[in-house]
Design a binder for this molecule. Structure first.
Ligand SMILES: [Fe+2]
Length: 290
């Protein structure tokens, strides 16, 4: 896919998005902690916020309540939802890292293989970025998007948006354990141990047999062993596992905890309805978690 090989520091507009390079030091991007003590700290992993500020706020509140200081974001901060600027600003301030998702890519570069509703939402989102008259704030957002990496190689795990071999765009669906066993075998062959993903908006754990376990199957947590595992943390802002609550995960030294938190879905749905460029379906699906 073109997006994974192209220069991630230039977009088709060639304006603010490209200018981040000379001011890159302004953006807070922390490296993985080098010392063992920090590595033992719980780490919150969030993904697929999709410009849903109500969901992001409750997730950030839950993370703070648990006194977790480190947050990694697996991408798709924006796209689909009504609050892209607020969500990106929050992520810039709160997260150690953000990986580039296909919707972040679509807004910084061009939509790739999107349906009409997603494409319209991407162009509307880009217009929101451009319409902010606060130039430093606008440039900061474009620079942050332009600096998103496609993968993070941490001592304990790999983190990508989609899959280890095609990090921006490849989906790993629960049904793949029946219908795409060779695909899963190939992906696991290239994996050392643990990989965190988002992208499908369906939380759970894939193991090499192949098999898939939902958080309910696991009693809410996955015990880390020597076995390879691909762990989907679910979606903060647009869950698709028939549970409308925001989803994220916490990595502890010995386990991964799956967390769900309820938020004011109706408020987000109303915001989507009030914006003509956003298809009402994008709000309606939040009510069902689909
Ligand atoms: Fe997504």
């Amino acid at each position: 896919m073109a997006g994974e090989t192209m220069n991630l520091h230039q977009n088709s507009q060639g304006m603010e998005p490209a200018s981040h390079v000379k001011n890159a030091a302004e953006i807070p991007v922390a490296p993985p902690p080098a010392d063992e003590a920090a590595r033992q700290e719980p780490l919150a992993i969030i993904s697929d916020i999709h410009a849903n500020m109500e969901a992001l706020q409750v997730v950030m509140g839950e993370i703070k309540k648990r006194d977790i200081r480190r947050i990694y974001c697996l991408g798709d901060v924006i796209g689909y939802g009504p609050n892209p600027l607020e969500c990106l600003d929050t992520v810039i301030e709160a997260c150690d890292f953000t990986i580039m998702g296909n919707h972040d890519f679509a807004i910084f570069y061009e939509p790739f293989n999107f349906n009409t509703a997603a494409e319209n939402a991407a162009y509307w989102t880009r217009n929101q970025f451009e319409a902010d008259t606060d130039r430093p704030r606008r440039n900061r957002r474009w620079r942050y998007l332009g600096r998103m990496q496609t993968r993070i190689v941490h001592k304990r795990f790999l983190a990508v948006h989609g899959s280890p071999r095609r990090p921006i765009n490849e989906y790993i669906f629960p049904d793949d354990i029946y219908s795409a066993t060779q695909k899963l075998a190939n992906i696991f062959d290239g994996l050392k141990h643990l990989c965190f993903v988002g992208h499908t908006h369906v939380p759970g754990v894939f193991v090499p047999q192949p098999d898939f376990y939902s958080p309910e199957d696991l009693g809410g947590e996955y015990r880390i062993t020597e076995e390879k595992a691909i762990i989907n943390v679910g979606s903060v802002g647009q869950p698709r596992d028939h549970d409308p609550r925001a989803s994220f995960a916490i990595l502890h030294p010995d386990r991964v905890e799956f967390v769900r938190v309820a938020y004011d879905v109706n408020k987000t749905v109303e915001k989507v309805r009030s914006i003509d460029a956003l298809d009402n379906f994008l709000g309606q699906r939040l009510l069902e978690g689909t």
